[in-house]
Write a protein that binds this ligand. Structure first.
Ligand code: GLC
Length: 642
């Protein structure tokens, strides 16, 4: 028998007194406390005084447990028995704004068959909790975590939507914005009224003394439209910490009451059937003077505590970390050392996304190989969220040291990528837009949809058939890597039909200054349905849909794409081809991606031991490898020994 800390034993006793142990659900809860209670205590110990927080949190847990309905209790049991549900090869993700997808939750409900037809089993609905009126950072300025945006539906409808999704084999992800709340949130309102309890929920300073000291080492997230990290507020009579926009107030996570508030919010969302919470801007939640106030160790203690809390209370819920940080920092979000496998279950693979675009622009896989080699193994109960595009801009996160190793300048390469993807570079058909230019270095981030960045929009307008076909092939090549890497592939809404940039946002004053809306187009249902029905033939949307469908169907068949094994990325000798090795007991696979608009040859040395007769899983074609294999421009092969 393991010996337990006295905090554990006291908490266990308190929990049992509150929930009893006769009901089946209560016994399950206590069993899970036995399994994960110490992880909870350890996480809390890293950031808080245990004497204060533990009893308070156990009360939150017991109250939330009593609200959990029988169906979700059953879902908890199933997920505990199949903890790798999100790692499996048949997990296919889709990300959308409810209102842009089909107006509201009722509209979404009417499209569940469409999602199923595509093969989707994981749906992320972009922010839908009640945001502040007017500009709200695409919903990331939440005013009420217990209400839905009125135009989208009610909490009761959220629950019935989750139920319908579950019945169709689809899990539901929502955003949990935990670094900040809208200035109209009731905590902020009470702080502004002078309530000391709520003033402690924020970082408030009477003068510039502390803000200036912090600013000395703080970067700026939105230098163009929200310069600085602090905002003066007359009613507070002080400077409040605002990392993002001035209307997004950072909450003070060193306050245990804030932790308990969010634990309660998590319990409530889970009780509405939410399966996964995307932890928005998680890297920023702990502040430390003299640092950039990102990735602090306490962030991981807090995540471990929240995660363990959920494992005990509602184990069918998982966490996805939105930590857009470098290879050296991102591993900690999935857990390193003592915290291995105890923090988030998923994390975005931002570096891979950047490297895919970079390798396509440079027609060269060497930087991708080097950058991917920087990643340590991730815990085998976790997975990456793999994506080509999302709702945010692309920050060209090219590491200076990696670039230097290849004789490149990091700065020059970042400038090249920003030029290339805004079509300024000679020969580029990409059509993106600059986002947040850094005044000193001239470096810029980029907005634009995947199809527009891949050059399809410009090529289509040119009327040049070959150019268009190349662009579509380039796009599919990039997306193939998303489906082939292992981890949850996240299809960004409309990418299955290649939606282009939409500049109508400039007419809406609440959106006009933020060109990330360029790549948040409204779903085109006529095209989507026709493409799904196979009625669009060889058109852009028709081709993209049918080729993406093939990738999805192939992936769903191949157990070896389970996230539990890692992908090794290699640049071949000629550098213009990327190789992804996946060694899995269910069958090894070598994926080959020609990054060039010309033929390339991959020889048998580069094919990691494949020889003789091989099968291309994407086409079913059997190929005899003599010296190797010839690849057409942007051709993709997923090869296995026959
Ligand atoms: C995340 C979101 C981004 C938002 C920011 C602040 O990075 O993805 O859209 O602006 O957090 O909430």
């Amino acid at each position: 028998m393991a010996t337990h800390s006295h905090e554990f034993s006291a908490a266990r006793e308190q929990l049992q007194a509150l929930v009893g142990n006769r009901a089946r659900g209560a016994q399950d809860l206590l069993d899970r406390f036995d399994r994960w209670g110490e992880d909870l205590i350890e996480g809390l110990r890293g950031a808080y005084d245990l004497g204060y927080i533990v009893p308070k949190l156990i009360e939150v847990m017991a109250a939330s447990h009593k609200q959990r309905d029988a169906e979700l209790v059953q879902r908890d049991r199933e997920r505990v028995l199949q903890p790798d549900w999100f790692q499996r090869n048949d997990t296919i993700g889709y990300v959308c704004y409810t209102e842009l997808f089909d107006k509201d939750l009722a509209g979404l409900n009417s499209r569940v068959d469409y999602l199923r037809g595509l093969g989707v089993s994981y749906l992320h609905l972009m922010p839908i909790l009640q945001p502040r009126p007017g500009a709200n950072d695409g919903g990331y300025a939440v005013m009420d975590y217990r209400k839905l945006r009125e135009d989208l539906g009610t909490m009761a409808e959220l629950k019935s939507t989750a139920k319908k999704l579950h019945e169709n084999g689809i899990s539901l992800t929502l955003d949990l914005v935990l670094n900040h709340v809208a200035l109209e949130h009731e905590w902020a309102e009470k702080a502004r009224q002078g309530d000391p309890h709520y003033r402690d929920y924020f970082y408030i300073y009477p003068d510039r003394h502390m803000p200036d000291q912090f600013e000395a080492t703080l970067p700026e997230v939105f230098p163009d439209f929200a310069p600085g990290n602090f905002t003066w507020d007359d009613r507070l009579n002080g400077w409040v910490w605002t990392t993002f926009n001035s209307y997004q107030w950072d909450v003070n996570w060193s306050n245990p009451n804030v932790f308990c508030e969010f634990a309660d919010i998590i319990g409530n969302l889970a009780n509405h059937g939410v399966d996964c919470l995307r932890l928005d801007a998680i890297a920023f939640i702990w502040k430390r003077l003299g640092t950039n106030c990102q990735n602090q160790d306490e962030v991981h203690s807090i995540t471990q505590a929240l995660r363990s809390f959920s494992r005990i209370l509602n184990p069918s819920l998982i966490f996805k970390a939105e930590a857009i940080v470098g290879p050296a920092q991102v591993g900690a979000y999935l857990g390193e050392g003592q915290r291995s496998g105890k923090v988030s279950d998923l994390a975005y693979h931002n570096s891979l996304m950047v490297q895919i675009w970079s390798s396509i622009a440079a027609k060269d896989a060497r930087l991708m190989e080097l950058s991917m080699s920087r990643f340590k193994a991730i815990p085998n109960n976790t997975a990456w969220g793999i994506y080509l595009r999302c709702h945010d801009d692309i920050g060209w996160a090219i590491d200076d040291h990696d670039a230097a190793r290849l004789g490149l300048s990091g700065h020059e390469h970042r400038m090249f990528l920003a030029d290339y993807f805004t079509g300024k570079f000679y020969g580029s058909d990409a059509r993106g837009a600059d986002f947040q230019t850094d005044a000193q270095s001239g470096e810029r981030r980029t907005s634009g949809t995947a199809a527009s960045l891949a050059g399809i929009q410009v090529a289509l307008e040119s009327g040049d058939h070959n150019r268009l076909q190349r662009a579509i092939d380039r796009y599919i090549c990039a997306y193939s890597m998303i489906f082939g890497f292992g981890g949850i592939p996240l299809i960004y809404m409309g990418d299955e039909i290649g939606l282009f940039n939409d500049d109508s946002f400039v007419n809406d004053p609440a959106k006009a200054e933020d060109n990330r809306w360029l790549h948040r187009p409204k779903m085109d249902w006529d095209t989507a349905i026709a493409a799904a029905d196979g009625n669009l033939g060889h058109s852009v949307a028709g081709q993209i849909r049918s080729r993406m469908q093939r990738l999805i169907d192939t992936r769903r068949r191949l157990e070896s794409l389970h996230a539990g094994v890692a992908t090794k990325v290699r640049a071949g000798r000629g550098a213009g081809v990327a190789f992804f090795d996946r060694f899995h007991p269910a069958g090894n696979m070598v994926q080959v991606y020609n990054l060039n608009d010309q033929n390339r040859f991959a020889n048998t040395d580069e094919l990691s031991g494949l020889y003789g007769e091989v099968v291309d899983e994407l086409t079913g074609q059997h190929i005899w490898l003599n010296d190797g294999i010839m690849l057409a421009p942007y051709e993709v092969r997923w090869l296995r020994q026959a």
